[in-house]
Design a protein around this ligand. Sequence first.
Ligand SMILES: Cc1cc2nc3c(=O)[nH]c(=O)nc-3n(C[C@H](O)[C@H](O)[C@H](O)COP(=O)(O)OP(=O)(O)OC[C@H]3O[C@@H](n4cnc5c(N)ncnc54)[C@H](O)[C@@H]3O)c2cc1C
Length: 572
Amino acid sequence: MGTRTEVLVIGGGSTGCGVVRDLARRGVDTTLVEKGTLTNGTTGRMHGLLHSGGRYAVSDQASARECIEENRVLRDIAGHCVEETGGLFVKRPEDDEEYFQEKLQGCRDCDIPAEVLTGAEAREREPYLAKDVEKAIAVPDAAVDPFRLCVANAVDAENHGARVETHAEVTDLLVEGGEIVGAEVTHESGKGPREHGTPGEVEEIYADHVVNAAGAWAGRIGDHADLDVAVRPSKGVMTVMNTRQVDTVVNRCRPKGDADIIVPHETACILGTTDEEVGDPEDYPEEEWEVDLVIDTLSELVPILQEARTLRSFWGVRPLYEPPGTGTQDPTDITRDYFTLDHEERDAVPGMTSIVGGKLTTYRMMAESITDHVCEKLGVSATCDTADAPLPGSERPGDLEAAMERFGLRSPVARRSAQRLGSRTEDVLASCDPNPVVCSCEGVTRAEVRDAIDDSGTDLNAVRIRTRASMGNCQGGRCAHRMAAELHPEHDEATARAALDELWAERWKGQRHALWGEQLSQAMLNRAIHGATMNRDNDPARTDDAVDWDAFDGGRSDAGEGEVGEEGIHGD
Ligand SMILES: Cc1cc2nc3c(=O)[nH]c(=O)nc-3n(C[C@H](O)[C@H](O)[C@H](O)COP(=O)(O)OP(=O)(O)OC[C@H]3O[C@@H](n4cnc5c(N)ncnc54)[C@H](O)[C@@H]3O)c2cc1C
């Protein structure tokens, strides 16, 4: 079966979502295909730092300038995806004074607002900073929610006529006469509403141009047409702590190295990271030493991290690109810049452009530059407006405060709900009465869970990503089953059970790396509640045998006459 589009974008991470939005807003008929859910790749496994540029102010000033520019743009167009945490670059006694001064000067050179704080002033902002932190540079770092950001881009693209297909994997490129003319896409049976592809179907999508935005997988897409896209995937660990030990992004002020950043994100802090080249973006070792390293090293900055409860760890893979001939051995030396590879110019294979490298913070700018490039090829003269047009949900920021008042919810729940829902707050929260909190760790109400189910169907992991339900201290222990219950009565029991199993499997994946101290107790409690009390480890509903309810009414099978059994049957 063949379909047509002007541009086919491969990959639903921040880059692909940014590109499809930009193209659609310029009136180009565009289709995006993503093999998993949106943010399935690196975008869903990053730190959540909206860079101020401070990090690159010494080593790469061009990137630093791009970061501060886009940092300002995203605060404007996607305020509901950004938390204004601020950031600190802190100096310990063993850190180099000269480097501290270079960082400060670098920030000023790049137009990044930077203020020097004494150790005492820094501790006033962040009381858990180590006593021997000597001083700090305050910069406008922030926390960004990559899930909401990508979804908002995709929704805006759809509102402008784009087709966005998830669970749709490019399994081959279509090449005719030496030119790439589209891709073969295999539709999978992933959860969520599916408006276009039928699971199991193979669709040939013909396009005037293909954009390869597959991140760390971009090389594999290139392989389908014998194109060498030299992505060098580099893994990094992030470890999630149970509370916000800091409310500000805390960076170590030193040239480079592992384990030098703490990002407060929602109810947690995310520690990171490492930088190790891997051969395969999906299959690489998740190693204990990486987790130990981030906790031990970052405890030098914030000592209570050593005693804090570790919830889980996860890994992401950087889509680093090394231009031919560079031959860098150390992945930390590979540039974080992005590259547009026009395969017509580079390889004499027209029809496709690959976009590799970059950062989430600069995704919109990257998208603008690729879209300019593609529009030039297609002869489209419309200009980019994505730096000024607000993303869905970010209009009318005043709605946030008003909604808190109107729904009379306790302020943290209302504030967080409103942050997540943006301008949809009123409609969503009013849709459910009563509206109890389903996930108490994250303060997620039933209305939000149901709203996410309306969009994501039975995929409770997609509901989790949209709402944060099950992502807190208990990792779903107290709410996973409540989330599954919200699928009823639209979905049958077997579907709800399967969805709960999938959610559990996903929750367990990261907890495996945090099984000590209080989190071990929590995991044991979760097992006791769900495995034993709710019988999930020996679920009678999974067998074909009907449950013998009479046996329950009749009491134990070995009970003697006139004992419990008789009382049970004739008691009333
Ligand atoms: C540890 C770590 C921490 C980071 N922290 C930050 C940070 O704090 N701030 C920041 O700005 N940046 C950060 N980054 C960088 C940032 O996350 C990435 O640069 C960005 O998310 C890359 O987005 P992308 O869209 O290019 O790639 P991806 O998000 O990986 O998207 C590519 C998509 O292509 C899909 N795909 C692959 N193959 C196919 C196929 N055959 N068919 C269809 N789809 C396919 C994948 O499923 C994936 O969803 C971090 C990166 C790492 C690894």
